[in-house]
Design a protein around this ligand. Structure first.
Ligand SMILES: [Zn+2]
Length: 296
């Protein structure tokens, strides 16, 4: 596919061309400017350019990332994920790869339920922490990629990880080689531009703010390299012709307004109530869970 401009990479979700900078416009991190680009084809939003290796290391250094993002995790969501997974995977089929396992919270739960877990994590110190915490093998991404063996796992889990990858299609494609035929691919994560009361409110408040402050950049770390709706996320998986969908769920946690002031908490509550419901052919919600069986 042709590129619109050498400086704008193609869409990580559909490989379409990117054009125009959109909300949240941009961020300056590690002395580099990152723009949010809209895909002309699927209309998802993604970060351009891809952060370089020093920026990735800075973003995912355990003290910068895991110690901040994992301290207030709601473990009941992991329990719900395990309950969904158990409908399609028995402990007899028991090897599960948790790609992007973070500090090992989901891995530990997997092993508690009798599965044999293996983790993969970008940062070495986080990988070591996860291995100790979950009492199972955890490799760094480099270590994992240097030893690919076919048909190794009964299940591969991508939990809140795809949006952190510079090329999610390549990573899912490569990782799927290690999934047995008949094995389960389980993915879950955020839908950051899907209809939801929190998303619409955030857009509204941002447009008001921009009336008074025309600066186009902020200084947050660009850890989420794309933002998608439910349809865009599902269309991404449909690019893999060896996967058959057996489960699809959209729901709402009210995040991040569930941690905000009383007005935000109310909006979050409404979000949770309407999450998963359809209005005018649009399914509301800020998260997805999907399960596929590898057919060939
Ligand atoms: Zn696209």
């Amino acid at each position: 596919m042709k590129r619109t401009s050498l400086s704008i990479r193609n869409c990580p979700i559909c490989d379409g061309e990117g054009k125009d900078t959109v909300f949240p416009y941009g961020t300056i991190f590690n002395k580099q400017h990152f723009s949010y680009i809209k895909c002309v084809n699927c209309r998802c939003v993604y970060v351009n350019p891809i952060p370089d290796s020093s920026t990735f290391s800075l973003m995912y250094d355990k003290s910068n990332y895991h110690n901040i993002h994992y301290f207030d995790i709601n473990l009941s969501e992991y329990e719900s994920s395990i309950n969904v997974l158990k409908k399609f995977l028995t402990v007899k089929k028991n090897t599960v790869l948790d790609y992007g396992c973070g500090v090992g919270l989901f891995l530990k739960l997997l092993t508690n339920y009798g599965f044999i877990g293996t983790g993969v994590e970008f940062d070495k110190s986080a990988a070591n922490h996860a291995a100790k915490y979950a009492k199972c093998e955890v490799l760094t991404t480099d270590g994992f990629n240097s030893n690919i063996s076919k048909d190794r796992f009964d299940c591969i889990h991508f939990g809140d990880v795809l949006e952190h990858l510079s090329d999610p299609y390549i990573i899912v494609h490569q990782t799927l080689k290690q999934l047995k035929v008949g094995g389960v691919l389980f993915a879950e994560g955020p839908l950051e531009i899907n209809p939801s009361p929190v998303y619409y409110s955030a857009l509204f408040f941002a447009s008001i703010k921009r009336l008074f402050d025309r600066r186009i950049s902020s200084s947050h770390s660009p850890t989420h390299l794309f933002r998608v709706s439910a349809k865009q996320q599902l269309d991404f998986f449909h690019r893999f012709d060896d996967l058959e969908i057996v489960y699809w769920e959209v729901y709402d946690t009210g995040f991040p307004y569930s941690y905000g002031n009383s007005i935000k908490k109310l909006i979050a509550k409404i979000g949770k109530l309407v999450g998963g419901k359809s209005f005018f052919n649009l399914v509301f919600g800020n998260r997805f869970r999907v399960i596929f069986i590898k057919k060939k």
